[in-house]
Design a protein. Structure first.
Length: 256
């Protein structure tokens, strides 16, 4: 199993320049044993898009914990309501999941989410901001391999749109970085996740999934069909604007 320290990770990602699915999410999830996530929005399509990473996470004995807002697609809502009350459905769940092709994983993303919940590989809690019209809009991810941890924070939600369609950015922090503030930021992000997971926020109430269902908190969001083809990111350009201008001015004068 590849460890997080072995990955060549950028300090920040921009979806206009980077393939965030294949250069970040799939490799870090594949190296992980724990994925903790705060997100305003979640859809099971996101699991499908990073399916290879999710399968490796589960093969590593890993689990996913998610605190998110209460808007879901109709199909996800139904799966959450049925999966939250189900018992373990298969002792061979991970092996069967690993046998699925990427295409099958994508086609069955709703059922897979339900099975992950039923087999205690995915636990979801629902965050509600009861006062006024505010929403839960935290966006932090924490991935650990048992020895080291990374965290990421930025604009990106745990949805298909965020992974494939939107223009998103996020910074990455590593627990093993010497000097600077990376390790402290990871610790703070872990503390923030733990705060919400334990329902210790001051203006946010967090419910277990069965509690949220009982209180009828889950709402239907627009069901957007996503084509599973990531856009081609524009290659990174490390030149400053004045450097580009100098090169442009130099080219007409250059000799072969």
């Amino acid at each position: 199993m590849t460890k997080l320290q072995e990955l060549d990770l950028e300090i920040e990602y921009d979806s206009e320049e980077d393939d965030v699915v294949n250069s970040f999410f799939v490799p870090v999830l594949s190296a992980g044993t724990s994925y903790k996530r705060l997100a305003g929005y979640f859809s099971s399509q996101a699991l499908a898009i990073v399916g290879r990473g999710i399968k490796e996470l589960l093969k590593n004995g890993g689990t996913m914990q998610l605190v998110c807002g209460h808007q879901f697609t109709q199909k996800d809502k139904e799966a959450l309501e049925s999966g939250s009350e189900a018992k373990d459905l298969s002792t061979d769940f991970i092996n069967k999941l690993d046998e699925l092709s990427d295409d099958d994983f994508r086609k069955q993303h709703v059922q897979i989410m339900g099975l992950m919940i039923a087999n205690k590989k995915l636990e979801i809690k629902i965050a509600d901001v009861p006062a006024g019209s505010g929403i839960f809009h935290q966006k932090i991810g924490i991935i650990s391999d048992g020895s080291d941890t990374i965290s990421f924070v930025g604009s990106i939600n745990e949805t298909a749109n965020a992974l494939l369609e939107n223009t998103e950015n996020f910074d990455v922090h590593k627990s093993w970085t010497q000097g600077g503030t990376d390790a402290e930021r990871v610790r703070r992000h872990e503390g923030r996740f733990d705060k919400y997971w334990a329902d210790e926020g001051t203006s946010t109430k967090v419910y277990s999934l069965p509690e949220a269902i009982k209180k009828k908190l889950l709402q239907i969001a627009k069901d957007v069909e996503i084509k599973y083809q990531a856009r081609q990111p524009t290659p990174r350009n490390d030149l400053w604007e004045h450097q580009e201008e100098a090169i442009t001015a130099w080219k007409p004068c250059a000799t072969t």
